[in-house]
Design a protein around this ligand. Structure first.
Ligand code: ATP
Ligand code: F6P
Ligand code: MG
Length: 341
């Protein structure tokens, strides 16, 4: 019987390295056959597969995106859910699945596991918001891209004596903003976990300007001012009906300019953070996750996600990964805040 792999939810640098790690371990060590389901759960509910032999995964770990494609398809919507998945798997000779995705993909995987489908999970997301693992792959690459971008914003900001605002990803959590902001020496880091007042932001910007520097601010897309109830959204809904975020930087910049008199520009990095080649760290982590996922299949650890704890790859139950988001703790924010202003 074959092992099926799918990549679901937003793409993320390192997905191909997971696929390669799983295929190499599965074929070379366990003599198993692997196939890929195309476009996440869509391929599973429609029985759309491609072969995944050694030749198919040659040289892919350095490539961004996913050779399988991805989607935000809900396997329970417009289908018989687990029954459809079970029938397709039987027909295609697939007995188990490796689901590579974030909390949404794994929530779907948990429901399918509860209905008797044999699934192991691999934690994916640039946001690093999954619990049950120290790091998700993709986060390191996204953070490096954001840091490089801020280094560049800094030289142009310095040249013109402007305040520069960099908006990064982070729907619910501010890990990319926290790490890239610390790395790039940002003068304020605005994250979803910490509502902040406009007065406070203006105070930081003014103090930087008054000592002759050009202020650099990083804001996560999910950040809210203390006067806002929800994250800023002006771009409609995504395929799962959630507000598409983005634009908070553009909203803050004119307000900062009006309140400080300092010319202010905003740049939204958006999907640049999810594209392109993964960092060495992410390639290694993703490859190890892929190999460990096949170990979990062979050892029949259904309903569990491979996980990084310290430097070791281990596994945790879907419940542990899905219970709550991995948010930035107060202590990590306080540590970074010493550098603000
Ligand atoms: N509780 C759920 N039950 C069934 N399907 C779900 C559930 N939650 C999410 N899904 C489906 O799984 C898809 C993938 O989830 P989502 O779009 O949140 O991506 P993800 O895997 O969390 O990755 P990311 O959000 O980091 O891009 C959703 O678009 C939705 O169709
Ligand atoms: O534009 P898309 O692909 O729907 O994804 C945007 C979302 O994906 C994430 O990057 C998570 O993968 C969020 O930070 C962001 O809100
Ligand atoms: Mg999600």
């Amino acid at each position: 019987m074959k092992i099926g792999i799918l990549t679901s939810g937003g793409d993320c640098p390192g997905l191909n390295a997971v696929i390669r790690g799983a295929v190499l371990k599965g074929t070379e060590i366990y003599g198993r056959e692997l196939v890929g389901f195309r476009d996440g759960w869509r391929g599973v509910v429609e029985g759309d597969i491609i072969p995944l032999g050694r030749k198919d995964i040659q040289g892919i770990s350095k490539e961004g995106g996913t050779i399988l494609g991805t989607s935000r398809t809900n396997p329970f919507e417009g289908t018989n859910g687990a029954e459809t998945v079970r029938e397709n798997m039987e027909r295609l000779g697939v007995d188990s699945l490796i689901a590579i995705g974030g909390e949404g993909t794994l929530a779907a995987a948990k429901r399918l596991t509860d209905a008797g489908i044999k699934i192991v999970g691999v934690p994916k997301t640039v946001d690093n918001d999954l619990s049950g693992t120290d790091y998700t792959f993709g986060f390191d690459t996204a953070t490096q891209i954001a840091t490089d971008a801020m280094d560049r914003l800094r030289t142009t900001g310095d040249s013109h004596g402007r305040c520069m605002v960099a908006e990064v990803m982070g729907r619910h959590v501010g890990w990319i903003a926290l790490h890239s902001g610390m790395a790039a020496g940002a003068h304020a880091i605005l994250i979803p976990e910490q509502k902040t007042s406009m007065d406070q932001i203006v105070e930081w910007v003014t103090s930087v300007r008054d000592r002759g520097r050009a202020p650099l601010i990083v804001v996560a897309e999910g950040f809210t001012l203390d006067t806002m109830d929800d994250a800023h959204s002006e771009r409609g809904l995504d395929a799962f009906g959630r507000p598409r975020l983005g634009g908070i930087g553009d909203m803050l910049a004119p307000e900062i300019e009006a309140r400080t008199g300092l010319e202010t520009r905003s740049t939204t990095l958006g999907h640049i953070q999810r594209g392109g080649t993964p960092s060495a760290y992410d390639r290694v982590l993703a490859t190890r996750y892929g190999m460990a996922a096949v170990d979990s299949i062979v050892n029949e650890r259904w309903g569990r996600m491979v996980s990084l704890q310290g430097t070791e790859i281990t596994h945790v139950g879907f419940d542990e990964a899905l219970g709550k988001l991995n948010t930035v703790p107060q202590s990590r924010y306080d540590e970074a805040a010493i550098l603000f202003g």
